[in-house]
Write a protein that binds this ligand. Structure first.
Ligand code: 0X9
Ligand code: ZN
Length: 344
């Protein structure tokens, strides 16, 4: 830094002990939990714990949920998807599809997916209208191998865990590996050592294939696609790959607007929203552009949940409740707006 005359400031002298402290706290908290009745607010859960929890819902809500395995991760972890209905037996309702943990280190994302599940099942009384004419499909963990790795080895890992052509560098960014405008301009990297490495070919990662197949399974019914990430307080709309705006941009903006307003009224939390390309940075081959460009989702969005913890990606357990309750206000308002605008 000094050689290049760059100003710098050390914010954290040594991060490792802090990461270990968080890990120890999490393990301690989980000793208190009565499986499989997990408490989303009191710990972070691993991929296999989340899968067990999804399976347990089948027993608790046999008429209202389905658990489908759409495939496996590179390291052969089963990738599961939960469908939630109101149990009225009506088929082919429009769908709200939510995914989490495309990026391994963004731990509030799976917690948020689990919180949404609990709101729709355990707190059904307050949320019935959201399931009257719509089904919800939720995949809490897409990047299962990367997520597991953040629990066991490297807390700030982002990518998948499949080796690349470079023996020094592992992993592909699932959110640059999708087959719509894949590799377009500066929105991704061809260097396997980069965090936004796009892979050798579109969909050369099992996890992207599985999420693609989930999306395509609901093609024609997909009215709202929402990808949960962190961090930054953004509602990011298509496109990521180009500065052009989609024809229905204003309609999607109205949905984001409903979410942002609901959050600011309830907590004063501030979200910025607009096209990814403008609001954040160019991205190519991401899930949201694919959902909109290929699957024809009516509304497609990436939600960047708020930063927390030391690095933004690593909230303390004590911060989970504030983060997920605030975010639910936004997700619920956006879902309601989608349902209002696009009745079945
Ligand atoms: O860069 C990304 O992949 C996402 N941000 S993150 O900090 N979670 O890595 C943003 C992708 C947004 N893309 C679209 N909405 N198209
Ligand atoms: Zn992300």
């Amino acid at each position: 830094m000094r050689n290049y005359h760059l100003e710098y400031k050390v914010l954290i002298e040594d991060l490792a002990p802090l990461v270990h402290a968080q890990r120890a706290e999490n393990l301690r908290k989980k000793l208190l939990i009565q499986w499989p009745h997990i408490d989303v607010l009191s710990a972070f859960y691993t991929h296999s714990e989340i899968n067990d929890y999804l399976d347990s819902l089948l027993e608790r809500f046999p008429k209202r949920v389905q658990v489908k395995q759409f495939g496996w991760s590179y390291e052969r972890r089963p990738l599961k998807v939960l469908t939630i209905t109101n149990g009225d037996g009506r088929r082919n309702k429009p769908v709200i599809l939510i995914d989490g943990t495309v990026h391994a280190r963004e731990w509030i994302s799976p917690s948020m997916a689990l919180y949404i599940i609990q709101q729709l099942l355990d707190n059904y009384g307050d949320n019935q209208e959201l399931l009257q004419d719509y089904d919800w499909v939720i995949m809490p963990v897409v990047n299962a191998d990367g997520y597991e790795y953040t629990h066991t080895d490297s807390r700030y890992w982002r990518k998948s865990r499949r080796p690349t052509s470079n023996p020094e560098c592992i992993g592909t960014d699932i959110n640059r590996n999708f087959g719509y405008e894949w590799g377009h301009d500066e929105g991704s990297s061809s260097d396997p050592c980069e965090n936004i490495y796009r892979g050798e070919r579109p969909f050369d990662q099992s996890e992207s294939q599985v999420l693609r197949d989930v999306m395509l399974h609901y093609k024609g019914r997909l009215n709202f696609y929402l990808s949960l990430h962190s961090y930054g307080n953004y509602f990011l709309l298509p496109w990521g790959y180009t500065s052009d705006f989609p024809d229905t941009y204003q309609d999607m903006m109205s949905v984001a607007d409903a979410g942002a307003k609901a959050i600011i009224y309830s907590t004063n939390g501030i979200y910025s929203y607009g096209s990814t390309y403008y609001v954040l940075y160019p991205t190519s081959g991401d899930t949201t552009d694919f959902a909109f460009g290929v699957v024809n989702a009516t509304v497609a969005m990436t939600m960047e949940l708020p930063a927390a913890g030391f690095q933004g990606f690593d909230p303390w357990i004590s911060q989970i409740e504030r983060l997920v309750t605030e975010s639910w206000v936004g997700v619920r308002a956006m879902a309601a707006e989608v349902i209002r605008r696009y009745p079945s």
